[in-house]
Design a protein around this ligand. Structure first.
Ligand SMILES: CC(=O)SCCNC(=O)CCNC(=O)[C@H](O)C(C)(C)COP(=O)(O)OP(=O)(O)OC[C@H]1O[C@@H](n2cnc3c(N)ncnc32)[C@H](O)[C@@H]1OP(=O)(O)O
Ligand SMILES: O=CC(=O)O
Ligand SMILES: [Mg+2]
Length: 568
């Protein structure tokens, strides 16, 4: 830890203040509950590292968020996202990224899941090549979830993680051979309200990254990364300037740890519509730290609606009809493969929403068949690997990815030069399909149940045999909002019904009734369905579209100690 020791010596936290009970450096205040286990993560030195990242990068982050607002204004005034003429030289240039670290050359199946203790063990033991431990779409960012998540990851990297399921008297431990760990911190837009630095909430992703890196970089490189790492997934970026901030964060972290530049590697999720026009630029910024791009299809669909929130000529059909075979989605995946392989890095596929259906073998086989079809399309298109939401899907997906042959990836063999001809029009083409009352009802029922789960600390849930998380719930929210804003006709029902506030009010009441019948009166009363309904309904009917469901809902899960009120 030579590097960090030097950093800590030259940055003495010359004052020790305790707030809730943690030993903190000057300028840092912890407002979350004290816990002896959390204190081993929230050490003064780790917090000093997080604070140093916050101080160095906060203005860059603020500027990037202002740029997002400015771009939103342009789109709302009728502009379309597109390639930036100013960076044509990057798109046309012949540069390549650093080659993938040997430890993760083969990434054909990656399982994802929240940083929950049992799930971490199950995911690492699942037979997948990679496990993406999620602080983002799959996690409700309560203080308890975040801090337990950091404790769990530290134990996982140390190899000491275990879990005793007392009800089933089952003990979970790591197998001899485990998946390689990637960590997905939250997006740039989110604050961490339980940690204040210089009087402001910290930038959430710098907390997630900083604490994880500080505690694990050394063990990770020794035990998992074969001299590289740690590895990350980076979510929800809209522009390469945001990737530049991450690149700079990585360089600072490497310098502080005293490890070689290029040790840290990250895969960027291309999951916003503006980012699809920035893929080369994002890779260019991260060329020393990149290990590819990933098709984050669910947030991408959400972003399509959000970007075109003021474009009534670009309304989406029912959510269930917006799949990867729609022209704009296929073009996105093909362009991503071509871009990644041209630059020498992995082009990762995305998440099929189907999960195993335990109590219905026929329905289960149908779900598996949908996953198989989706993954076959991905591997044939040239993707180097893909995501699985559930361990039960891994054998099927591994089997499909044997189509890649003996090689660990298709970076050299599937150049997809044909995708060079894809244009802005291809990437923006309006998806085909109709809008129905069932679509409106499903959006409402799923949105409310997801928010109810999220408010009680669960960030990914099975609903109607599909995986739902923050990204899929966002599609439900923004689609309802847009249909209401333009009072669209539900043109798939043949009845000429328009989505008015009155209609939506009735739908909400009826769907709440259905939820109550489905989950049972007791669970309904015990849960947070009514609060969720209020939040979801407000968001769907707001005059101005909220940027993120979870940003608006966040105040509801912030808990200060001693008891206080969130001041975000
Ligand atoms: C849009 C995106 O960002 S996608 C990426 C983010 N989303 C995710 O990561 C979702 C990950 N998946 C999940 O959270 C879960 O699979 C769900 C919520 C969809 C379904 O959960 P459940 O209904 O509880 O699954 P189920 O009961 O079938 O689980 C069976 C077993 O598999 C385990 N399991 C299920 N999913 C996972 C997973 N992703 N990782 C590890 N273990 C898992 C369960 O812990 C359980 O273990 P046990 O038998 O030892 O008790
Ligand atoms: O993060 C993945 C997505 O699809 O969104
Ligand atoms: Mg996402």
């Amino acid at each position: 830890m030579v590097g960090f020791e030097t950093f800590l010596e030259t940055n003495p936290s010359n004052e020790r203040k305790t707030s809730v009970g943690y030993d903190v450096p000057l300028g840092v205040d912890i407002r979350g509950r004290y816990d002896g286990e959390f204190a081993k993560i929230l050490t003064k030195d780790a917090l000093l590292f997080v604070a140093s990242l916050q101080r160095e990068f906060r203005n860059h982050v603020k500027y990037a968020m202002e740029c997002r607002k400015e771009a939103k204004m342009r789109y709302n005034n009728g502009a379309l996202p597109g390639f930036d003429p100013a960076t044509k030289y990057i798109r046309d240039g012949d540069w390549i990224c650093q080659s993938p670290p040997p430890a993760v050359a083969d990434r054909r199946v990656e399982i994802t899941g929240p940083v929950e203790r049992k799930m971490i063990i199950n995911a690492l033991n699942s037979g997948a090549k990679v496990f993406m431990a999620d602080f983002e779409d799959a996690l409700s960012p309560t203080w308890e979830n975040l801090m337990h998540g950091q404790v769990n990851l530290k134990d996982a990297v140390n190899g000491s993680i275990s879990f005793h399921d007392k009800a089933r008297n089952r003990v979970y431990k790591l197998n001899e051979s485990t998946a390689k760990l990637f960590v997905r911190p939250r997006g740039w837009h989110l604050p961490e309200a339980h940690i204040f630095i210089d009087g402001e909430p910290a930038t959430a992703c710098l907390v997630d990254f900083g604490l994880y890196f500080f505690h694990n970089w050394s063990a990770f490189r020794r035990t998992q990364g074969q001299g590289f790492g740690p590895f990350f997934y980076l979510p929800k970026m809209e522009h390469s300037r945001e990737a530049r901030i991450w690149n700079n964060v990585f360089e600072v972290a490497e310098k502080m740890a005293g490890i070689q530049k290029g040790s840290i590697r990250a895969t960027v999720l291309v999951e916003t519509l503006p980012a699809v026009f920035q893929m080369d630029e994002i890779l260019y910024e991260l060329r020393d730290h990149s290990v590819g791009l990933n098709c984050g299809r669910w947030d991408y669909i959400f972003s399509y609606v959000k970007t075109f929130q003021s474009h009534p000529d670009r309304l989406l059909p029912d959510r269930v009809l917006v799949g990867m075979t729609q022209h704009f989605m296929r073009s996105y995946s093909d362009s991503l493969i071509r871009t990644c392989h041209r630059r020498g890095v992995h082009a990762m596929g995305g998440m099929a929403a189907q999960i195993p259906i335990r109590d219905d073998p026929k329905a289960n086989e149908a779900a598996l068949e949908l996953v198989r079809k989706d993954k076959l399309r991905e591997v044939k298109a040239g993707h180097d690997g893909t995501w699985a939401a559930h361990p039960g899907l891994i054998p099927t997906i591994l089997d499909v990815f044997t189509n890649m042959g003996e090689k660990p990836n298709q970076i050299q063999s599937m150049k997809r030069d044909d995708a060079a001809s894809l244009t802005e029009d291809d990437l923006l083409q309006i998806p085909r399909g109709t809008r129905t009352m069932d679509g409106l009802r499903l959006n409402t029922r799923v949105g409310i149940q997801y928010v109810a789960a999220w408010l009680t600390g669960t960030g990914s849930v099975p609903l109607y045999n599909l995986m739902e998380d923050a990204a899929t719930a966002e599609i439900s929210r923004v689609q309802n909002w847009q249909w209401l804003k333009y009072e669209v006709e539900l043109n798939g029902d043949g009845l000429g019904v328009r989505v008015t506030r009155e209609l939506f009010g009735r739908v909400v009441d009826e769907e709440m009734g259905r939820i109550e019948r489905e989950v049972g009166k007791e669970k309904f009363e015990r849960g947070m369905y009514k609060e969720a309904c209020k939040i979801f309904t407000r968001q769907c009917t707001a005059t101005t579209l909220d940027d993120f469901l979870t940003l608006d809902a966040y105040n509801n899960i912030v808990v200060y100690h001693p008891a206080g009120v969130s001041r975000l």
